[in-house]
Design a protein. Structure first.
Length: 212
């Protein structure tokens, strides 16, 4: 965990449409574009090793960015034979983008504000009431409807935060839905948003039957 006092005011930005990282979630990334290879090289020289993952508003990485993203710390790093890098980002804290910073780097940098997301820097977040059986039943129906494969044994054993955050990051929702999951204030809110999104898909595919 990075202390709040050590969070920098400016970090590199990695615009990704349809991809988010959430606090304590793990996001694998394949780095191959020259500008992001340069970003990776610079980030690895810093103590915090932070990259700000943020979604473009209109799927264009060169266009307007959403106001809220999440910083991830590089916690895994492997080089492929063809020069690509496989990295793992572990979510640290969400942030609000104040402005893009002009400079000489080929990648974007942003001046950011961490205020309002102090809870992200704490330990594992818990939910006081979590009906795992009903949630997993809904999830199984959703996976079947979407023809998704999963390691069901691990999913059923996962703690609520890991389960909800992993699904929020990896399930095939639209960029707008991913942003709603990212911006959900608490883990309980993220669960409720996730349930709503899965129910919407199932109403369309099954024609009824929702989780109350």
């Amino acid at each position: 965990m990075i202390p709040a006092a050590n969070l920098p005011d400016t970090i590199p930005l990695f615009p990704l449409s349809g991809a988010i990282v959430v606090p304590r979630g793990r996001l694998p990334l394949n780095i191959f574009e020259p500008r992001y290879l340069a970003m990776l090289e610079d980030v690895l020289k810093t103590r915090e090793r932070l990259i700000g993952v943020i979604q473009p508003v209109d799927k264009d990485p060169e266009g307007e960015l959403h106001a809220i993203g999440c910083a991830g710390r590089i916690t895994g790093f492997n080089e492929a034979k063809d020069g690509r890098y496989m990295i793992t980002l572990t979510g640290v804290s969400r942030f609000r983008l104040q402005e893009q910073v002009e400079g000489f780097t080929p990648y974007l940098r942003g001046r950011i504000d961490w205020q309002g997301f102090a809870r992200d820097l704490g330990g594992v977040e818990h939910i006081t009431s979590f009906d795992r059986e009903r949630f997993l039943d809904l999830l199984e129906r959703f996976f079947t409807a979407q023809e998704l494969e999963s390691d069901w044994d691990n999913l059923t054993k996962a703690e609520p935060e890991m389960l909800i955050n992993s699904l929020s990051m990896l399930a095939p929702f639209s960029p707008e839905d991913k942003q709603a999951l990212l911006e959900a204030p608490t883990l309980a809110d993220r669960r409720d948003t996730l349930v709503t999104l899965m129910e919407f898909v199932l109403r369309r595919v099954e024609g009824g039957g929702v989780m109350q």
